[in-house]
Design a protein around this ligand. Structure first.
Ligand SMILES: C[S@@+](CC[C@H](N)C(=O)[O-])C[C@H]1O[C@@H](n2cnc3c(N)ncnc32)[C@H](O)[C@@H]1O
Length: 251
């Protein structure tokens, strides 16, 4: 088997990962549907040794953002659907190539993320929409001079309203998040929880039952770092946190 530099570039479509993501998001559920929606989210891309990161990353420190090209390695529905149902469209379908769906002929994702720091062979990122363990196929610096297009049209995604949800905190949960934040060394944990829950991670079918006795009016859980946050949506657009389980408290 060829290793490192000898693997080089080939004409075929065979690809190799350049590294793996460690992310604050452990599951697909709760992970933002696009980058930048939860600015306090965190990930570390560890570049594999064989690509000589100490050389390959030289010069990247001058950029603020990069394109992350990755594999949707946790896709479960592997059938091809030419039409998909973007969650933001509440049940309406769209051609797969008009969407950012993970379910496409080649399960490749593209996210514009912020570079927080470069530490030897790894890159600290924020504003991510990828889960822990995601294999990365390539990274490329974002070039605002040529890639930012303020007058660009945004098709069916135009005008979709921003979230009006808010998290209701109890003193007990605030204290727990503060201690958890200190143990992780991650200052933005409270913001991360608020940003993540207010994006409403529920599938469309679970929405709109807030005031009713319904099997859909249930508690949900999002896994962040080494903890689970259990919460539910209330009629008044608030989000109630029921429990926060950290480390050994988790099931
Ligand atoms: C809609 S996709 C958009 C990803 C990327 N920004 C794009 O446009 O290609 C984002 C969703 O993919 C899912 N996801 C993230 N990482 C994944 C992975 N490694 N495997 C499968 N699904 C993943 C999460 O549910 C996340 O909310």
């Amino acid at each position: 088997m060829e290793k490192g530099r000898d693997k080089g570039q080939k004409n075929g479509l065979e690809m190799q990962k350049i590294g793996v993501i460690a992310s604050c998001y452990k599951d697909k559920f709760g992970t933002p549907r696009q980058p930048g929606l939860a600015p306090s989210s965190w990930a570390r891309l560890q570049i594999d040794r064989e690509w000589q990161p100490e050389l390959a990353l030289a010069g990247l420190e001058g950029f603020s953002h990069l394109w992350l090209i990755f594999q949707f390695h946790q896709n479960t529905d592997l059938r091809y659907h030419a039409k998909v149902h973007p969650p933001r469209l509440g049940g309406q379908s769209m051609g797969v190539f008009a969407t950012r769906s993970p379910h496409r002929p080649n399960p490749i994702g593209l996210s514009l993320v912020k570079i927080e720091a470069i530490e030897k062979d790894s890159i600290l990122l924020s504003g991510v929409d990828v889960i822990d363990g995601t294999p990365v196929l390539d990274i490329k610096p974002y070039l605002p001079e040529v890639e930012a297009i303020p007058q660009a049209r945004s098709g069916w995604s135009k005008g979709l309203s921003p979230s009006t949800l808010r998290v209701k905190w109890t003193d007990e949960h605030l204290k727990k998040v503060q201690e958890w934040s200190q143990s992780l060394g991650h200052q933005g944990l409270k913001s991360l929880i608020e940003e993540t829950l207010c994006l409403d991670p529920r599938p469309v079918v679970y929405r709109g039952y807030e005031g009713e006795e319904s099997p859909y009016r249930q508690s949900h859980a999002v896994r962040l770092f080494n903890g689970d946050i259990h919460f539910s949506f209330c009629e008044d657009q608030s989000i109630e946190i029921h429990r926060i389980l950290i480390g050994s408290e988790m099931p």
